[in-house]
Design a protein around this ligand. Structure first.
Ligand SMILES: C[S@@+](CC[C@H](N)C(=O)[O-])C[C@H]1O[C@@H](n2cnc3c(N)ncnc32)[C@H](O)[C@@H]1O
Length: 422
């Protein structure tokens, strides 16, 4: 993998950075454990492996890896496969549930025993007639009475039968993974919208097939003894942070995915909240995270300030402008906070994409490099990769939201890999 050295964030032409095909693909198939639960903007597992390889070639001695936006645990699982200790955090409780399940070791016989217990409880379970009427109104919106009641029986069975927290999380993860398919949610849609033509499916069958998938994934894995700590919380508010030799992370994109909205079925079912909108708070990049934020141009670095100024000139009143400003401000704090995690000689790896709003280029890569420079990271380097098909949706609709529609504007077809040393 080749990386271009950056001596000054202002002196390079980001568009001219050569594409390095070595960051593009891998011949190795991903372990099925990586696919136990869908997650938007999950990055391919080989990115983590390549980052490990690159860091080692540059002389980093890796013992502990961290991912401050760990999402569904791609870096966590790859760290485990390499026998590195891991620490990760994410603000989205659904993300940390998946990441934990991927990082744990399980006894296959116990998983099977619990499943049979769940099946038995489910088959004997009868619900009160009022069960659906008493459901959270948002769940009533997404489910027919039949599907809701079937899911409720499985949920009650998990809670009643699985008395070990680690295994309970595994079954909740299986449950969470089928919630969209069993609902009226438009299949594969990255926006929460109802598909009026969608029919009810056999809920328990779907649960069983997802269980078989997890079982197979566990069978594929060897037991590892390295430690893995996954924390749910806002990285910017966490007080106690670990030490790590390497941080590999992909920050959220600005104003694109609304993780809290996209995971509302899971967070409501698993009772992380009664109102999924509460989970938008603190979520970096969320349009809704800047309601109580006022733009402070002086607090932004030069790149951030210039971009926000251009946006203001184009669109004075937009909430979008405010959220871009908030995004830059948050990312500056993130880069600063990462200095407290990295051991001397440690390395940080960011995977980010640039975008555009109302013809203004939002250069996240340049902003990030300037932030690294300002925080005295050394040996800053950059490379570029193309985003493979199916991994990310590279189109944006008129509102600037991610879209799979090829008639829309294509923006995220490339992304940058940016590294720095402590
Ligand atoms: C691009 S995704 C990371 C995906 C991850 N690399 C994977 O493979 O699953 C960015 C993540 O940042 C999380 N996030 C957003 N704001 C956060 C915050 N303030 N603290 C911690 N995590 C946050 C989102 O919930 C999302 O999971």
């Amino acid at each position: 993998m080749s990386m271009v050295t950056v001596n000054d964030y202002n002196s390079i032409n980001y568009a001219d950075i050569p594409l390095d095909v070595n960051w593009n693909d891998s011949n190795e198939n991903e372990l099925s454990m990586h696919t136990i639960h869908a997650y938007p903007a999950k990055f391919p597992a080989f990115m983590a492996t390549k980052a490990f390889e690159y860091a080692q070639n540059e002389g980093v001695v890796i013992s502990t890896v961290a991912d401050i936006f760990c999402g569904c645990g791609t870096v966590a699982l790859e760290s485990k496969l390499h026998n590195y200790d891991f620490w990760g955090c994410d603000i989205n409780p659904v993300a940390t549930l998946i990441a934990k399940v991927k990082s744990n070791n399980y006894c296959i016989e116990l998983v099977k025993k619990y499943f049979e217990g769940i099946r038995e409880f489910y088959s004997k379970c009868t619900l009160e007639e009022s069960a659906y009427k008493e459901a959270n109104s948002r769940l009533q919106y997404w489910y027919t009475e039949k599907s809701y009641c079937e899911l409720l029986k499985i949920y009650l069975a998990i809670n009643h039968v699985v008395d070990d927290e680690k295994y309970c999380e595994a079954f909740k993860c299986i449950f969470s993974a089928i919630l969209k398919a069993c609902s009226k949610w438009l299949t594969k849609s990255i926006k929460p919208q109802i598909d009026p033509k969608k029919n009810d499916i056999d809920v328990f069958r779907r649960f069983e097939s997802q269980y078989n998938k997890l079982l197979k994934s566990i069978e594929e894995m060897d037991v590892r003894n390295c430690s893995s700590v996954i924390q749910c919380g806002n990285f910017l508010s966490l007080k106690k942070l670990p030490k790590a030799d390497l941080i590999v992370t992909s920050p959220p994109y600005v104003t694109s995915y609304e993780y809290a909205d996209l995971h509302q079925l899971s967070s409501l079912w698993l009772q992380y909240t009664n109102d999924y909108r509460e989970l938008r708070k603190g979520s970096i990049g969320s349009v809704y995270n800047s309601n109580d934020f006022s733009i402070d141009l002086d607090g932004l670095n030069d790149t951030g300030r210039e971009i926000v100024q251009s946006l203001i000139e184009n669109d004075k009143s937009s909430a979008k402008v405010k959220s871009v400003a908030r995004y830059f401000s948050d990312m500056q704090k993130v880069v600063e906070k990462c200095t407290t995690i990295l051991n001397p000689g440690g390395m940080i790896f960011f995977v980010v994409g640039d975008t555009e709003y109302k013809s203004v280029k939002i250069q996240n890569s340049k902003h990030l490099i300037e932030s690294l420079e300002k925080n005295r990271y050394t040996d800053i380097k950059i490379s570029k990769r193309t985003i493979s098909k199916g991994i990310c949706v590279p189109y944006r609709d008129k509102k600037g939201k991610f879209s799979t529609d090829k008639l829309n504007r294509k923006v995220y077809h490339e992304e940058f890999i940016i590294s720095g040393r402590m």
